[in-house]
Structures are given as structure tokens and as C-alpha cells.
Design a protein around this ligand. Structure first.
Ligand code: PLP
Length: 459
């Protein structure tokens, strides 16, 4: 087979595009006339049907953390399929048992693990567990969850209700009920009108007020990401999460930490919350758990919460089932993924790469369109504005121009999802942890070229 045939896997690109146009409903985009058809991946690089190579600086959807093309991952999946391809989680299997132990250990111990397939499902399970837990310990009124504007927690009716992005929810409402939102810890555009000197961490204190005003006895929990990632890389003050946990404890509410993106090394630590010295009551995780080689997610629950589900008969056990959740092939893949991360010390490497990325990105700070640069571990957001004084957000047209100029140079970058209308103005970077330091430099210089091609605004 020639290189061209290998790249196209024997298919005509034209024919594939025609069939794509006819049959495929793409996610998150208006009718997509010309998607890239990707045929292979190796390390940080993807190859399309024409043989064009792209550096994937956003790891798919912030998920292919160990990079593409790992043969041992394929082998782990094949071997498990050969042994037994499926066992429901009403029973048990060895990769699942091993993985549950490993996840609990990665978290620092003391967690019970429930498997699902996706981040959305992991969060749905967390909400159900929290509500049932309170029911069973005699506090049935506690059913409300507090999350933040700009946060994303998934696409299903409960996870979307927790999401704080208007455009994602419009036309799908009513969603799950009992979800409230507070303003995000967004220092660049402080919702409380404060600056560095005047800040009293009102963004954390607001939880206290909201719980009191709502009736604290009705609040089941708070859900938050360690940093808001897809919603624009919004990094809170260092003491924010600790303060939120104190407020939860004061009012008897649970802290659910969504580690779907931040978990498994992206933050430069094993989990994002490890950067903030907080022990969550429930932790949800997905993407980096398998580096997206296979769908799998998990809801990790503090052992003493699980105790409330242990005893009695009747309706007291967790009446939740998920056909594919905890599939043994996905668990085997996750075990291999975590083994690779440990063996290659990829969490430490991600941390070092993150420092290099931050350092290099700072060279862009003086560019007229760069309003703010925010990083967390090996992830970054570059907020573009049309005017540094007024902070008027850059238009989606401007963002598209930068992304296209990068793509033409072989660099794929991301942007924040549609949040508040007019505020989809943050470019995002979250490359695989196998990136080389020189590649980090190249990413930033490519971005600099793309920015230099923009027309200058008057100002
Ligand atoms: N939580 C966070 C923080 C996410 O970024 C995502 C997806 O991007 C989800 C939850 C939902 O995960 P999934 O798309 O696997 O359902």
C-alpha cells in the first residue's frame, strides 16, 4: 500500500466528504461543509486525508494527554477484548477493581468509585448521589446545587443545568431544576468591580450569602472546576477553593469538584484541587482518565458518604445503572494510561512544560489585542480584546482569523465555547504532555505571527 493509500485508508476524500455532508451531524457547529478528515495521529501530530500534518495544541478536546499513537494502549485494549469484552458493573472484573483502587490512591485515598462513560454522566451521577445521600441521612430538603456562570459541566439535562453558559442552554430549557449560579472568580473582569488591592474574595463569600438566602438546609452542594477551563480559562485566587469548602462545611453542603479536564496531570499535579489544599467530598473525572483512547468516566465519593448507601434494603441502595459505564476494555485502557503517566513522569513534565508555556506567552502580553494571559499547569487562555482600556471583547471574526492563520501554519488551537453572547474571545492551549520544549516555543511564535497579521485597531 502506498503512503497516500495508507493515509486515506483506501478511500477517496471526495467521496468521504460527500457522505459526511449527507449523513454526519457534527457537534457544536452549524452545518460543517469542510471538516478535516483525520486519519492518523502520532505524539502531538495529526494527519488528514491529504497528508497535511497538524500540531494538536488542544489535545482533541483537552483530553489526549499522553499523545496519539501509543501502541501499548492498543495492545491493552485488544488483550482485554480477547479475555472478556464486557461485564456489567452489577458484577466485577479485574481491570475495574484495579482501576478503582488506583483512582482512589491518585486522589490520596478514601474514595469509592462509580464508573460511567462521559464527564456529563459522571456529574449526573454526582448530583443523584448527593441528593440521595441527604435523603438517607434525614435531610431530604437538601436538593439544590450551586455552580458558576461561565462554567461547563456537560450536555445532559442536569449537567447542562449546572452549566453557566447561556448559549449552550437556550432552546433546550426547561432543564433539571434546583440549580443556581454565582458569578465566577474572574479577576480580569471582576463581577464585583474589585481590583487586586480592593479584592475581599467576594466571589467566594457570595456562596455564604446565597446559601443563607436560599435556606442553607435546602442546599445539597456546590460543583466547580478547579479552574474554569473551556469557559475561558478563568483561574481563581489561590485561597478561593479553600474558602468555598469552608462555607460548604459551615452550611453542611457537599463540595463536588469537576476534574474532567483538570484531572490526571493537566494542572501540573495529579488533580487540579491538589493545587489548592482542599479535600472534596465528590470528584468527577473523564477525559484524561483514558487520555480519550476509550470512553470512561468516574465519580469518586468519600467513603463515609458511601456508608449511607451500604445498609438496608428497599430503595436505599444507589438505583443507578449504566450499560457501558466501567466497560472492562475502557478500564484496561485507563490502567495502561495511568501506568504510562507514572512511568514517564508526565505529571511533572506537564508542570515543567506549563512553566515554559507561561514564560513564553508573556512575550505576547504587550500585543494590542492581548488583554489577559491566564495559565494553570499545562493549559493557557489568551483573552483577546479590541481595546485594552475598555476591555471590549474581540469579535468572533477576529478569533477565527487567528485560529485560521495558526491552522495554515500547521497549528491547531482552541477557543472558549460560546459563553455569554459576545464573550467567546479566549484562545486556548492544552497540548499533550509529550510536547517538547522547542514545540512550546514554536506554538507561541506561531501564535505571535498569527496575531501580527491582524489589522490594528484605532486606539
Ligand atoms: N465537565 C467539564 C469541565 C468539561 O469540560 C466537560 C466536557 O468538555 C464535561 C464536564 C462533559 O464531559 P463529556 O463531554 O465527556 O460529557
Amino acid at each position: 500500500m502506498s503512503a497516500k493509500e495508507a493515509a486515506t485508508q483506501g478511500h477517496s476524500k471526495q467521496r468521504m466528504l460527500e457522505k459526511d455532508r449527507k449523513y454526519v451531524w457534527h457537534h457544536m457547529s452549524p452545518h460543517n461543509e469542510g471538516p478535516m478528515i483525520i486519519v492518523s495521529g502520532e505524539g502531538c501530530w495529526l494527519t488528514d486525508m491529504d497528508g497535511n500534518r497538524y500540531y494538536d495544541a488542544i489535545s482533541g478536546l483537552w483530553c489526549v494527554n499522553i499523545g496519539y499513537g501509543r501502541k501499548e494502549m492498543a495492545k491493552a485494549a485488544a488483550e482485554q477484548m480477547d479475555n472478556v469484552a464486557y461485564v456489567p458493573m452489577t458484577q466485577a472484573h479485574i481491570p475495574g477493581i484495579e482501576l478503582a483502587e488506583r483512582i482512589s490512591e491518585w486522589l490520596g485515598g478514601g474514595y469509592r468509585i462509580l464508573f460511567s462513560n462521559s464527564g456529563s454522566e459522571a456529574n449526573e451521577a454526582a448530583f443523584k448521589i448527593a441528593r440521595q445521600y441527604f435523603n438517607q441521612i434525614g435531610q431530604p430538603e437538601r436538593h439544590k446545587f450551586i455552580s458558576r456562570h461561565r462554567a461547563y459541566h456537560g450536555s445532559s439535562m442536569g449537567a447542562l443545568a449546572a452549566t453557566g453558559q447561556a448559549q449552550r442552554k437556550m432552546r433546550y430549557e426547561p432543564l433539571g431544576t434546583g440549580f443556581l449560579h454565582v458569578p465566577p472568580p474572574y479577576c480580569y473582569r471582576c463581577p464585583f468591580g474589585q481590583n487586586k488591592d480592593s479584592c475581599r474574595m467576594e466571589c467566594a463569600e457570595i456562596y455564604d450569602q446565597v446559601m443563607e438566602w436560599e435556606g442553607a438546609q435546602t442546599v445539597a452542594g456546590v460543583i466547580l472546576e478547579p479552574v474554569i477551563t473551556g469557559g475561558g480559562m478563568i483561574v481563581p485566587p489561590q485561597d478561593y477553593m479553600k474558602r468555598v469548602k469552608e462555607i460548604c462545611d459551615k452550611h453542611g453542603a457537599l463540595l463536588i469538584v469537576d476534574e474532567v479536564i483538570c484531572g490526571y496531570g493537566r494542572s501540573g499535579r495529579r488533580f487540579g484541587h491538589h493545587n489548592f489544599g482542599v479535600q472534596p467530598d465528590i470528584v468527577t473525572m473523564a477525559k484524561g482518565l483514558t487520555s480519550a483512547y476509550s470512553p470512561l468516566s468516574a465519580t469518586a465519593v468519600r467513603e463515609d458518604l458511601y456508608d449511607a448507601f451500604r445498609l438496608s434494603g428497599g430503595l436505599d441502595h444507589f438505583r443507578h445503572i449504566n450499560t457501558f459505564g466501567g466497560n472492562p476494555v475502557s478500564c484496561a485502557v485507563a490502567n495502561k494510561n495511568l501506568e504510562i503517566i507514572e512511568r514517564e513522569r508526565l505529571v511533572d513534565h506537564a508542570s515543567e512544560l506549563g512553566r515554559r508555556l507561561r514564560d513564553r506567552l508573556m512575550s505576547l502580553a504587550s500585543h494590542p489585542y492581548v488583554g489577559d494571559i491566564r495559565t494553570f499547569g499545562f493549559a493557557a487562555g489568551i483573552e483577546l480584546v479590541e481595546d485594552k482600556e475598555t476591555k471590549k471583547p474581540a469579535s468572533s471574526d477576529l478569533i477565527a482569523k487567528v485560529m485560521t492563520a495558526c491552522k495554515q501554519r500547521g497549528l491547531l488551537i482552541g477557543k472558549n465555547g460560546d459563553t455569554t453572547p459576545g464573550y467567546a474571545n479566549v484562545l486556548t492551549l492544552a497540548p499533550p504532555f509529550v510536547a517538547a520544549f522547542e514545540e512550546v516555543d514554536w506554538m507561541v511564535s506561531t501564535l505571535a505571527i498569527a496575531l501580527s497579521m491582524l489589522p490594528l485597531y484605532d486606539g
